[in-house]
Design a protein around this ligand. Structure first.
Ligand SMILES: C[S@@+](CC[C@H](N)C(=O)[O-])C[C@H]1O[C@@H](n2cnc3c(N)ncnc32)[C@H](O)[C@@H]1O
Length: 251
């Protein structure tokens, strides 16, 4: 698969993603957890890969990171990120770039690299290539934090259309196949998302082969009691379902 196919999806939909307040389901069910996992960021040099229009990148910057860079394959997303930066400057540097090729950052190293729901748009080999590059751009003791749709999600029946992927293959035979899905916005709309299916073994062996030797932490994210108390009609149908996985690993 050519990374350009993800570029096209996001060039065409950057307006749906632009936001400064939570809007997508995962703005409640994943990103707050991921941000907590990145803290403290004060004084740190941060790279947000597949940053989109910068929703998460800006949160990292507001938490006091020293220098924040965001890159994304979609020029439409980067334009939207730069427009936000021009309107409300935080000093974030944005660039168009593919997560599999960090050669533009030759010689630079980071304390924290994030990739929030990006590897679900990449084939397994592309994810492996990206993780190798990340490893070489992380300082010793630096951290990688990333998230993916929960790989089991497409294999569950009776799930709610607020967040679900349609499988186009089995757990093993579906590896590297595109599973199309949707994620709900709180206002009732949905946006198209995609998951190129990977097993847990694909993800963890890619980390090991990239050079990571420390034990990776993994969390399975779901709706919480707080979500349910805040809006039972939006979050209730997703109760007890595995939604996302978050992984944090140190170099
Ligand atoms: C679901 S969006 C998430 C955006 C952002 N990380 C966030 O949390 O709001 C996925 C992003 O990954 C980007 N993307 C997909 N393939 C990529 C690649 N090969 N290299 C860099 N970015 C990529 C898309 O353009 C899109 O902006």
């Amino acid at each position: 698969m050519n990374p350009d196919s993800a570029k096209k999806i996001f060039d065409d939909s950057s307006e749906n993603w632009a936001r400064d307040e939570p809007k997508l389901l995962s703005d409640w069910t994943a990103r707050p957890f991921l941000l907590d996992w990145c803290l403290p960021v004060e004084g740190k040099r941060v790279l947000d890969l597949g940053c989109g229009e910068g929703y998460f990148t800006r949160q990292l910057s507001r938490k006091g990171a020293d220098r924040v860079q965001g890159s994304d394959i979609s020029s439409g997303m980067i334009e939207a990120a730069r427009a936000n930066e021009a309107k409300s400057p935080l000093g974030i540097e944005y660039a168009v770039g593919c997560a599999t090729d960090l050669s533009a950052l030759e010689g630079e190293s980071f304390d924290l690299i994030t990739a929030v729901f990006v590897y679900n748009y990449l084939k397994i080999d592309q994810m492996r290539q990206s993780l190798r590059q990340i490893f070489s751009h992380l300082k010793t003791g630096g951290q990688l934090v990333f998230s993916l749709p929960h790989p089991v999600n497409p294999f569950l029946t009776g799930t709610d259309s607020k967040f679900h992927f349609e499988r186009s293959g089995g757990w093993f035979s579906g590896r590297d196949q595109i599973f199309e899905g949707t994620i709900a916005l709180r206002d009732g709309e949905t946006v198209a998302v995609r998951c190129i299916h990977k097993t847990f073994e694909d993800v963890f062996s890619a980390l090991r082969d990239a050079g990571f030797e420390k034990f990776p932490e993994m969390r399975e994210l779901a709706v919480t009691e707080e979500h349910l108390a805040s809006d039972a009609s939006f979050f209730g149908p997703l109760k007890d379902l595995p939604l996302h996985i978050a992984i944090r690993v140190e170099r």
